[in-house]
Design a protein around this ligand. Structure first.
Ligand SMILES: [Zn+2]
Length: 220
């Protein structure tokens, strides 16, 4: 878990690589199911085509089916799922059925001002997709891509007002989930400030302490 701008996706992928387990993001799960045209994918496509939020039950089914894959048997990093307490409960039941359990719920924390600084300074190249930051990772020529010279763009939802609104939504939505995992004693909060490698190191340490990625982890 983590607010927008915390680098959740990048960190999830890095952590998966470090632990030798797959990184499973809810967005990828949905895209892959739709591409494969599976029965679940058809349901997901219908829901998304109507512009509706993907309901808990459907995400639960997608995740349960993904957890049965051979590469996920030694553990996995889930990103973007569970998003709600009912999803967390469904995940616990699915894992119990496999004789497994959640080892840790990692939450990246980042001060609001730092989120605003990171996201409002972000610029993307429309040609090659490379991402810059006006102060932390500026291009050689201001507002232009180093690779192809294209004029960099700023995402519409990266304005300060929108960022603050997205943050408020994140805190409101994630609070029950964070409380749920805290109650279970599974919550590990990790400081998300500093460089991506520094954060990756902290996450790795928290995951190792919780024995993430080892089969038969808890209570052994
Ligand atoms: Zn470019």
């Amino acid at each position: 878990m983590g607010p927008p701008g915390a680098g959740k996706g990048t960190q999830g992928r890095l952590l998966g690589e470090a632990l030798g387990v797959p990184w499973i993001s809810s967005g990828d799960l949905l895209r892959r199911a739709v591409e494969e045209g599976s029965a679940l994918g058809e349901r997901a496509r219908d829901v998304m085509a109507r512009g509706d939020l993907v309901p808990d039950g459907l995400m639960d089914d997608l995740m349960r089916s993904r957890l049965g894959s051979p590469d996920a048997r030694g553990g996995f990093i889930a990103d973007g799922y569970p998003r709600t307490v009912p999803q967390a409960q469904a995940l616990a039941v699915a894992l119990e059925g496999l004789g497994r359990s959640v080892a840790a719920a990692l939450a990246i924390s980042l001060a609001e001002d730092e989120v605003v600084d990171r996201l409002s300074g972000r610029r993307t190249c429309p040609v090659c997709g490379r991402v810059y930051h006006v102060t932390h990772e500026p291009p050689v020529r201001a507002e232009h891509c180093d690779a192809d010279g294209a004029a960099l763009i700023r995402r519409e939802d990266d304005t300060v007002a929108t960022i603050r609104r997205r943050l408020a939504v994140y805190h409101e939505e994630s609070a029950p989930l964070i409380a749920h995992y805290a109650e279970l004693g599974l919550l590990r909060e990790v400081d998300g400030s500093g460089s991506p490698p520094a954060v990756a190191e902290r996450l790795s340490a928290a995951a190792s302490a919780a024995q993430v990625g080892r089969v038969g982890h808890r209570g052994r």
